[in-house]
Design a protein around this ligand. Structure first.
Ligand SMILES: [Zn+2]
Length: 499
């Protein structure tokens, strides 16, 4: 049953009147519940669901009913190997009970992941042969639950069984599927990846399951909220307001490219503009944008040809992954449309090399791109428990801090206080984007356009720094100097190589 969000909001003493709100005042269960409270006088008022949800989230009143049921059960009956037999449940009451406990555990993990804002759920057997459920929180895996009483295959089978498009009996190859659930009144989508893995201690065929949580509420709507430094934000705002040209976001998986891209699209979307995207898969739904799903029936090349006949103003090509997509992105930009896309490279200048290596003519690269943004996400120190830190001057020096900065600055580290109410002992709360903005100035275009056989990546880098580009590394250093993050976090995200 869906939660009714019945909340007491006011109490008057004489005469005694209790006021409750709910988003569904006509629901018979609401009246049943109120009656069961045996209060003298009760008034019931309507409140919109987003309002009641807000109160529940702010007041930390969220419940995970599935997990409460899991905690009530002492232990789950071991299903043994029978779980793999197609007819295993028919005559076994114990297996039925165990199965429903595992279903509760799995459903609880979905609800809990959404409540905690996890980006992914990982389910796989640990070294002891126990199946464990982990959440990726702010970029790092944290163990949430270890199930010791059940063979891993049993929980893995339940997960596969409840995933659309996944065959429970296929255990030799990788599979992709999806799940949808309504959690706290919001439809949440989950993308599931199943892979066969080997395990040291057993001969069993184990699998690893990773579930990406796609919660549209987590897509940041405003560019201002990404945590970009002022200069970079101004450069980006300018580039996404040009009538034509390509804006590329680059970085490894998990660097927040999609979030930034979506924030940019939301910023420039208006009823007066036709914004079209070609994505594989569509991860988040953006209001006001027409998003095409690329799949086996509609390839990216075909999709973009359709898009050009669909009167677009702004086009997003999900990812440039080969010559075809690169050609098409350039073509869309050169036919007078603002174009967005992503690439997988370490920094902004190497994105130019990647496009050149894909076979795009240098003069096309030089003239069709407005801006390349390399991005990383850096965890922000918890303001409540961060502590001062003595850092090794040699390491700081290697990371590019000047002698003066090392002498004059206070460095902070994560306090990771296990009792901290703000961060719960993680030591960090939230993440900020740090970026490197390669603007295509006339000089940069000239260097690229005059490429003969080898693209002068270092030349681009040098010119960009003359033009005022702050690198990922220098922006990370600034975040450390502002006390926003720690030296450890800088090294985790950027690495320790000398510049
Ligand atoms: Zn804290």
């Amino acid at each position: 049953m869906q939660a009714l969000h019945l909340l007491p909001v006011q109490y008057e003493e004489s005469p005694e009147i209790w006021t409750f709100i709910t988003f569904d005042p006509l629901h018979h269960e609401v009246h049943f519940l109120l009656k069961s409270l045996e209060l003298n006088h009760v008034e019931l008022e309507y409140a919109p669901q987003h309002f009641t949800t807000g109160l529940i989230v702010d007041g930390d009143l969220l419940r995970n009913e599935y997990f409460e049921r899991v905690q009530l059960t002492d232990s789950v009956v071991d299903l043994g190997d029978d779980i793999e037999e197609p007819d295993f449940v028919e005559d076994s009451l114990e297996a039925e009970i165990a199965r429903s406990a595992l279903v509760n555990l799995f459903e609880a993990s979905l609800v809990e992941a959404v409540h905690r804002g996890a980006s992914d759920i990982h389910i796989f057997p640990n070294e002891d042969g126990h199946v464990a459920i982990h959440f990726r929180l702010s970029g790092e895996l944290e163990t949430w639950y270890v199930e010791k009483y059940v063979r891993p295959e049993a929980l893995l089978a339940v997960v596969k069984d409840r995933t659309i498009n996944v065959d429970r009996f296929e255990r030799e190859s990788g599979q992709d599927g999806f799940i949808q659930r309504k959690i706290d009144g919001t439809l949440i989508r989950f993308r599931v990846s199943v892979l066969p893995i080997t395990h040291t201690s057993r001969h069993a065929k184990f699998e690893s399951i990773v579930i990406r949580v796609l919660d549209d509420r987590n897509v940041i709507a405003r560019l201002d909220d990404l945590g970009l430094c002022e200069e970079d934000l101004a450069v980006f705002q300018d580039a996404i307001r040009q009538p034509t040209g390509i804006v590329i976001l680059t970085g490894p998986t998990g660097s927040g490219k999609t979030t930034t891209l979506y924030a940019a699209l939301q910023e420039i979307t208006s009823p007066k503009r036709n914004v079209l995207t070609a994505e594989d898969p569509v991860e988040y739904v953006i209001p006001g944008v027409r998003q095409l799903r690329i799949g086996h029936k509609l390839g990216v090349g075909e999709a973009l040809r359709f898009i050009l006949r669909h009167d677009p103003d702004v086009v997003m090509v999900g990812e440039i992954r080969d010559k075809l997509t690169a050609d098409l992105a350039v073509h869309v930009a050169n036919t007078g449309h603002l174009t967005f896309s992503t690439l997988h490279t370490n920094d902004a200048p190497s994105a130019v090399t990647r496009l050149y290596m894909l076979g795009i003519e240098p003069f096309l690269v030089a003239n069709s791109i407005n801006l390349i943004v390399a991005q990383r996400l850096i965890r922000v120190l918890c303001p409540d428990c961060a502590e001062e830190s003595e850092e090794d001057p040699d390491i700081l020096n290697r990371l590019g801090f000047t002698k003066k900065e090392i002498a004059d600055s206070t460095f902070l580290k994560s306090g990771a206080d296990p009792d901290c109410a703000n961060c719960g002992g993680i030591g960090y709360s939230g993440r900020n984007a740090i970026t490197e903005m390669l603007q295509f100035t006339p000089e940069i275009r000239r260097i690229i356009a005059t490429t003969d056989r080898f693209l002068d990546e270092d030349g681009i880098r040098n010119q960009a720094s003359k033009d005022g580009m702050s690198t990922l590394r220098s922006n990370a250093r600034n975040a450390v100097l502002r006390g926003e993050t720690s030296v450890d976090e800088m090294m985790r995200v950027i690495g320790t190589r000398a510049i």
